[in-house]
Design a protein around this ligand. Structure first.
Ligand code: B3K
Ligand code: ZN
Length: 885
């Protein structure tokens, strides 16, 4: 693997490139046992770097150099220097062409980076630094070039030959081969390069842009999947329209293609004009994909499409700026999903995810700022912090500037930087310039890691009719040791009177009230805001819509939380009040368990959720969200020291209490919704998602009662549902039940029916890997022997290993350390052929500081064993060494 110790790279060391590549002409000759890549690069000295002709250092890894010519002169081995990762040349003029030919081995590329094969087709993944595994190049995002690509391959096996841009020529070749040439008129960095060759079918459609141009839309898949593309196509057309309407952004090429591949390290990739997708992020139809999968497809199609502007036309100067495109694009896709479905539900799901997983990352050894200062392996920085927290940061700018001001800023950003590779500072500057504001202090969100805490206290002066809120912010130390200065924290808030109505909000010193919900900016370590004309003691509703990614605390009583659940005008905060109430109740149960007491649950949680369940006027998706108790992972995150058994026992106890106490209401909701589902054809729209979500969460509670009528209902739903959403939930509740015969029967029937559908089998694996019943590790080990399992396929690894270590906390954290040992063995194995997946799967072990000392020792022991296993990829090396530091 590597020969030298991986090195840390620093943002402060950034320098513009010494040379530029104006044109890139590539020819690929694809064969079964090797491929040849011929590159002609039209290059020149970067005028911004001054005079002189320093050595030209090209990136290249795992390439066999066959020939190199500089300015048409063939070079001999004395003329250049070659090592594991660079080819160094010595140009003699400021402008020249460079020709190289290399041999590579896509057929044995298991890392799925660069050019590789998946299910018999050739495809690429170049972001972040995969292009250097294809040819010698200046593989950095600030080198933008115009690409022409010719692909030559056997006609019979690879009838479809694709690359970026527009097709300009094609024809037959010798020996049953054929070729096609593509030209991309837009300058782009090499990470956006893509090539596909395979036996693919496509679904075709078209889109007329707002300026009247017709764009051909094609989704390429393996022939057997041609019936699963319509949802992605609809999502694409909706995204294109939405980006025109919301951001004024129009698509720019004559053709937009998506290709689905089965072996892919992440969700999808925004290559210019030729997006390559994990098949799990494209294929969806009722019978095989759940509602969640449909929504994920819609969101990822949108995300990759939106990158055409936020990422491709305006790209990143260097990889430290990754959030420039990712944070912004996540923000854009969240806006889209909110408009397509329910805004509040989308916000609830995003925040629950952020608070559980990004907050944990921010508190762990890999914590980093949204714009990190350093890294060893950039692949490790495609994180929740860069993506989700990055999106929150953009969202706060939106909150501070308002929708109109934000749009002015984004217009200026796109106009000013079209065709450039820029920084997060450039993005913020455009927002500042368009609005005449100063965001200097706000930019600390980009440079300071860690989740700020915001402690709020109140004081009411009845005589003066004033109400004060005092905010104290702090931020825990993170491994980078950067000193934390106060953030700008936009807090949207309201004050409720005793009837639950919003009070007029006038701050002391203001002439008039400004509505009943408003945003205040907390900018100091400690700051007090005083509201005037407050005629009775109010109840504050704080951080509405989760207006900043902070941990807010306010000493609410349980009765106050119940009041907010019913009366807050902000839907997100109604949900959050319910979550906070549940957290208080669960923490009490956890303490009882730890003290060896019998568990007794505060009845108010039953009352509160019973009220929600009885309210037919509420959005059913909201009801479903409110019925979902905070997950074990979230309860872990908010614990000082997480007690795995107590958390699990407390949460299961609470679920059982709710199921028993609310049986009638749950059963009624279940039966009503199931009968509507039976009478209605599947529709992938929010109202239908909502109905099924409530039906399914009701079923999972009901099943805890072990009543025969519920078992019968689960079996009925499993047998006769016409869609995967209902069928998979029915399977899951059976798998988590003690009804062994019914469970075995359902698992067998499901596997038999879907054995030929890899994506459905992934769900079958996940449901079992996630089951908290005892014996989890043995089940997972047995499933790894199943014919449908394949360690080389990332989706399979995520479905089985990821679900076990990430979601099945009670089994993964078994006190004997067996779960840790299993994961470490697997990471060592994965490290040998797919470092990116190895490093991702490692994450649960990095959280060792959260656990008791016995578990800490076991987890650290496994990290040490990985470190000592030798020949670590830079990906795994970085995570392991930072975790043990
Ligand atoms: N930009 C890609 C992610 C590439 C990850 C490389 N290891 C997908 C996305 O965020 O749209
Ligand atoms: Zn992205």
């Amino acid at each position: 693997m590597r020969t030298e110790q991986p090195k840390m790279i620093y943002l402060k060391d950034y320098q513009a490139p010494e040379y530029l590549i104006d044109e890139t002409h590539l020819t690929f000759e694809l064969f079964e046992d090797h491929s040849l890549v011929h590159a002609q690069l039209v290059m020149r000295r970067n005028p911004a770097r001054g005079a002189g002709l320093p050595p030209l250092v090209l990136d290249g890894q795992q390439l066999e150099l066959l020939s190199v010519s500089l300015a048409d002169q063939p070079l001999s081995a004395d003329d250049y220097q070659l090592d594991d990762s660079h080819l160094t040349l010595h140009p003699t003029s400021a402008s020249f062409t460079l020709d190289t030919s290399v041999k590579i081995h896509p057929e044995s590329n298991t890392a799925l980076e660069g050019l590789y094969k998946s299910s018999g087709m050739f495809c690429t993944q170049c972001e972040a630094e995969g292009f250097r595994k294809i040819t010698y190049y200046l593989d950095r995002p600030d080198v933008m070039s115009k690409f022409t690509t010719t692909v030559v391959a056997e006609q019979h096996r690879y009838p479809v030959l694709l690359s970026n841009g527009n097709p300009i020529a094609s024809g037959p070749g010798e020996d049953g081969r054929h070729w096609a040439t593509w030209e991309d008129p837009f300058m782009k960095p090499a990470y956006l390069f893509a090539l596909v060759a395979g036996d693919l079918w496509c679904v075709e459609d078209s889109f007329r842009t707002q300026s009247g141009r017709d764009v051909a839309l094609r989704i390429y898949v393996e022939p057997e999947n041609i019936d699963k593309c319509q949802h992605a196509m609809n999502s694409l057309k909706k995204s294109m329209r939405w980006d025109e309407e919301t951001y004024g952004r129009e698509y720019d090429l004559d053709i937009f293609m998506i290709v689905a591949v089965n072996d892919f390290n992440m969700g999808a990739m925004e290559n210019k004009g030729l997006n390559i997708f994990n098949s799990s992020a494209v294929l969806a139809r009722a019978e095989t994909a759940t509602d969640a999968a449909h929504q994920r497809v819609e969101a990822i199609v949108a995300h990759e499409y939106f990158h055409n502007w936020s990422g491709n036309r305006v790209t990143c100067r260097d990889w430290f700026q990754l959030s420039l495109k990712e944070g912004f694009t996540v923000f854009r896709d969240a806006g889209f999903s909110s408009d397509m479905n329910s805004r509040t539900v989308k916000r609830i799901q995003d925040v629950a995810y952020l608070r559980t997983h990004q907050f944990a990352e921010d508190a762990g050894p890999m914590a980093h700022a949204v714009r990190p200062e350093s890294f060893i392996e950039i692949s490790n920085f495609y994180t929740l912090t860069v993506y989700e927290k990055g999106s929150e940061v953009v969202g706060m700018i939106h909150t501070l500037l308002g929708a109109e001001g934000f749009r002015k800023g984004s217009d200026l950003y796109f106009e000013r930087h079209d065709g450039q590779a820029v920084t997060c500072d450039d993005f913020v500057k455009a927002m500042e310039d368009a609005n005449g504001v100063d965001l200097t202090q706000f930019k600390r969100w980009y440079s300071q890691a860690g989740t700020p805490r915001l402690a709020v206290s109140e004081s009411y002066d009845a005589a003066a009719k004033t109400y004060s809120l005092t905010f104290r912010q702090s931020c825990p130390q993170t491994p980078d040791k950067v000193e934390k200065l106060p953030f700008v924290i936009p807090v949207e808030l309201g004050l409720l009177d005793s009837k639950g109505a919003g009070m007029a909000l006038r701050l002391s010193g203001e002439n008039a009230a400004q509505g009943t919900s408003r945003v205040i900016s907390v900018t100091e370590a400690e700051q007090t805001f005083t509201f005037v004309d407050i005629t009775e003691q109010p109840l504050p509703s704080l951080l509405r819509g989760f207006s900043a990614p902070v941990k807010l605390s306010f000493p609410y009583s349980r009765d106050q939380l119940m009041f907010l659940m019913q009366h807050d005008s902000d839907g997100f905060n109604r949900w959050d009040a319910g979550q906070q109430l549940a957290v208080q109740v669960l923490q009490e149960l956890i303490a009882q368990h730890q003290q060896g007491q019998a568990l007794v649950m505060d009845e108010r949680l039953v009352t509160a959720l019973g009220t929600v369940l009885a309210d037919d006027s509420l959005d059913q998706a909201m009801v479903a969200e409110m019925l979902s108790l905070p997950g074990e992972a979230y309860l872990t995150e908010i614990s000082e020291v997480a007690d795995v058994e107590a958390i699990h026992a407390a949460r299961e106890f609470a679920r059982q209490q709710l199921a028993d106490s609310l049986f009638d209401a749950l059963w009624k909701r279940y039966q009503t919704n199931r009968s509507v589902s039976k009478a209605t054809a599947y529709v992938a729209e929010s109202e239908h998602f909502a109905r099924r979500a409530l039906q399914n969460i009701a079923l999972s509670y009901l099943m805890l009662t072990h009543k025969p009528e519920v078992l019968a209902a689960a079996i009925e739903q499993f047998d006769s549902a016409d869609n995967m959403t209902e069928r998979l939930t029915a399977l899951a509740v059976l798998v988590n039940s003690p009804f062994e015969a019914e469970k075995a029967q359902a698992l067998a029937v499901f596997a038999e029916n879907f054995k030929d559908n890899a994506l459905v089998m992934d769900q079958w694996f996940s449901v079992q890997a996630g089951s908290p019943l005892p014996g989890g590790l043995e089940r997972v080990k047995a499933l790894m022997q199943h014919p449908a399992f394949n360690l080389k396929n990332p989706n399979k690894v995520r479905a089985l290993v990821g679900a076990f270590a990430g979601q099945n906390l009670i089994n993964f954290h078994a006190a004997d350390g067996s779960g840790y040992r299993f994961l470490a063995d697997l990471v060592i194995q994965l490290n040998g052929f797919n470092p990116q997946i190895a490093s991702r799967q490692l994450a649960p072990l990095t959280r060792w500081r959260k656990y008791d000392s016995a578990r800490q020792a076991l987890m650290k022991g496994e990290l040490e064993r990985i470190r000592a296993s030798g020949d670590l990829s830079s990906d795994v090396f970085e995570v392991v060494s930072k975790s043990l530091a």
